[in-house]
Design a protein around this ligand. Structure first.
Ligand SMILES: Cc1cc2nc3c(=O)[nH]c(=O)nc-3n(C[C@H](O)[C@H](O)[C@H](O)COP(=O)(O)O)c2cc1C
Length: 324
């Protein structure tokens, strides 16, 4: 591979907000996407509704993210894409054709679209016509093993004007179980000319190198592997440059968690920041000395001061692991 690969943070609802994206970009991530946004919900909500203001918030310090929309009506998807493009703060419109959640699929959106390829074509073409931004599609391999359609959908997307694909190497019925099929993603990559990002199960610098070399993809998108580990992007960047992969120290992990908390508090206020940081803190300390014992207390914290006290306690535990 000659070009620098795209190292993307995969969209994750409730997680890939601007603080998370900012931290990942500081560590070498070079492509991000917002959490998914309902096209219909966005078009019908009053402009002041804080849910959408939060979902669509962009930090002026971060590289501009793509915005992901979901829905099942081509006209609404196109109108939402046009309105979001007009905000002038997104780098691309990403169409969600992969979400396996029942409440999204029951209306025919997300991965339910994989059962209706003509509708996929209509949605991609309509969104393409509605914006000058790049249009990208995030998809799975198919609805189930009997209806794999990734190659066919990739051709449709390319023909309808999509600029890039992200392929999660699982079917909808697999949800998040089993292993992502990188070979199947490699076949999608070989069948189209537009860039393809491989997604699924990248959790280390080595798995990133393996995924890139075996698939020939233009980049990778990392979801769960980046939870509490924005450092993973720095590790992958180092490995790609042939440099040693250095794991973060306990101090680096804690300082990053503190910054994450500070950004959250400055943005959403104390109460929401505490609720958000409960889950992020569990991910930051995961697998380290004393984490299991602290986790129960973390899930009950109710002020940011308490968050910082627990992180300090965790810092001490890393220096004196026998105290745990
Ligand atoms: C908590 C969570 C939320 C997610 N939300 C979205 C979403 O909003 N849009 C989307 O396209 N994919 C979403 N995904 C799927 C991820 O983008 C990714 O495709 C999947 O996790 C597989 O990649 P991974 O093995 O690197 O985690 C979500 C995944 C998780 C775990």
């Amino acid at each position: 591979m000659n070009k620098t690969p795209i190292l993307a943070l995969a969209p994750m609802a409730g997680i890939t907000d601007w603080p998370m994206r900012t931290l990942c970009c500081e560590m070498g991530c070079n492509y991000t996407t917002t959490e998914m946004v309902s096209a219909m919900g966005y078009l019908t909500a009053p402009d002041s509704l804080h849910v959408y203001r939060h979902l669509l918030a962009v930090n002026k310090e971060e590289p501009s993210p793509a915005v992901q929309i979901f829905g099942h009506r081509a006209d609404l998807m196109a109108r939402a894409a046009a309105k979001l493009s007009d905000l002038g703060k997104f780098s691309a419109i990403d169409i969600n054709m992969g979400c396996p959640a029942h409440k999204v699929n029951s209306s025919g959106s997300g991965s339910a679209l994989l059962k209706n390829l003509p509708l996929c074509a209509e949605i991609i073409s309509s969104v393409r016509k509605s914006t000058n931004l790049p249009v990208t599609v995030k998809m799975r391999l198919g609805w189930d093993d009997e209806s794999l359609c990734a190659i066919e959908l990739a051709h449709i997307a390319e023909d309808c004007g999509a600029d890039m694909l992200t392929v999660h190497g699982r079917t909808r019925m697999q949800q998040y179980s089993g292993k992502a099929d990188w070979q199947a993603i490699a076949q999608v990559k070989q069948s189209v000319k537009i860039p393809v990002l491989l997604n699924g199960d990248i959790v280390s610098a080595q798995s990133a190198l393996d995924a890139l070399s075996m698939s020939g993809c233009d980049g990778i998108a990392i979801g769960r592997g980046a939870l509490g580990r924005p450092f993973l992007f720095a590790q992958i960047s180092a490995a790609l440059a042939g440099k040693p992969v250095i794991l973060p120290t306990a101090d680096e992990i804690i300082d990053t968690a503190i910054r994450h908390g500070e950004m959250m508090r400055a943005w959403k206020g104390e109460r929401s920041a505490v609720l958000e940081m409960r889950k992020h803190m569990c991910w930051y300390i995961h697998g380290r000395s004393g984490a299991a014992r602290l986790r129960t207390r973390i899930t009950a914290v109710d002020s940011m001061d308490e968050v910082y006290r627990l992180l300090d306690e965790f810092r001490c535990l890393q220096k004196n692991p026998h105290d745990s």
